[in-house]
Design a binder for this molecule. Structure first.
Ligand code: PLP
Length: 291
């Protein structure tokens, strides 16, 4: 399976793909991205990822000549050429090229990059044993600075700091609160708590990325008969939960078994989490946009 990059219309092997150093995302983080999964020769939730991307493009005022439909068919075409059955697509759109932060002074012709590759976020045993999580001192960027629904490249500096903090503490993941001390999300994942078979997850207004996998987990849970609440949660709620799990395109659904050294429930992946993981796997194996 070749790892391929489509960059502004040119396809090259990943190892030799290059972009300009004056790209506005390289200089200022002024770009958007999506991470998208390929399962069994199908692109999972492609339309949902493209919706989020194009909402971000509109919000940040990028000038992108490709329509959503053209982007969709290009993504599928690059996957076809890579002939990959299971993998990860990184789709980047940046504002354009030029020095100076003022968009007025640069070539505002968006740079589009589609990379078809592989990624594994957590070790395989973490899906069996569960992740240990610590609370990070780094808070999510407030929505009145940069709305977290915008998957902006520059925003991830805060998440990387939180991830490093988690690494220093020997944890599998780091939990980020908002500036009010409410639970927001982990560095690349949304969080769910389960208490008495009811799923609770932070409301989008708590400063989260409204994850595509979060939406899928909510839909799967409701289909399976579980109640789901989008609400305000604090660290206390984690300690009174029976189970917890994280969701993300790269993470999929992964159990969370402790916070700051304290066990959640029995400290092992719980039955509801395992049920939802199995349902999620079943769905990803059988649906998606074929190429
Ligand atoms: C900060 C953050 N939260 C949540 C998520 C999960 O979102 P999704 O399920 O759309 O991948 C991600 C993944 O990209 C993320 O980076």
């Amino acid at each position: 399976m070749p790892k391929l990059v489509w960059l502004n219309g040119q396809i090259t092997p990943l190892e030799s793909a290059t972009t300009t150093v004056a790209d506005h995302a390289h200089l200022y983080g002024d770009g958007l991205f999506e991470g998208i999964r390929i399962y069994n020769h199908r692109v999972w939730k492609l339309d949902e990822h493209l919706d989020r991307l194009y909402h971000g493009i509109k919000f940040l005022g990028f000038e992108v000549s490709m329509t959503v439909g053209e982007m969709r068919s290009t993504v599928l075409d690059v996957c076809r050429q890579a002939d990959i059955s299971d993998g990860y697509i990184r789709l980047n759109v940046t504002r354009g090229t030029g020095l100076g932060l003022d968009p007025k002074g640069i070539d505002r012709s968006a740079n589009v990059m589609i990379m078809v590759s592989t990624l594994s976020l957590y070790p395989a045993e973490a899906y069996e044993m569960g992740l240990t999580v610590v609370t990070s001192s780094i808070r999510v960027i407030p929505a009145d600075s940069l709305d977290p629904r915008i998957k902006c490249i520059g925003r991830y500096a805060a998440n990387i700091l939180a991830k490093q903090e988690g690494n220093r503490m020997g944890a599998g993941e780091a939990l980020m609160l908002n500036y009010q001390g409410q639970i927001a999300e982990c560095t690349g994942d949304n969080i769910f708590l389960i208490e008495k078979n009811v799923l609770r997850t932070p409301h989008p207004s708590c400063g989260i990325l409204k994850g595509v996998t979060r939406d899928t987990a909510i839909a799967i849970a409701k289909d399976a008969g579980y109640a789901v609440e989008e609400t305000i949660l604090t660290p206390f709620d984690v300690f009174s939960a029976d189970e917890a799990f994280l969701t993300g395109t790269a993470a999929e659904i992964i159990p969370m078994i402790s916070l700051d050294g304290k066990k959640i429930g029995c400290g092992t992946p719980g039955p509801v989490t395992q049920d939802l993981m199995a349902r999620f796997r079943q769905l990803t194996a059988t649906t998606g946009a074929s190429f």
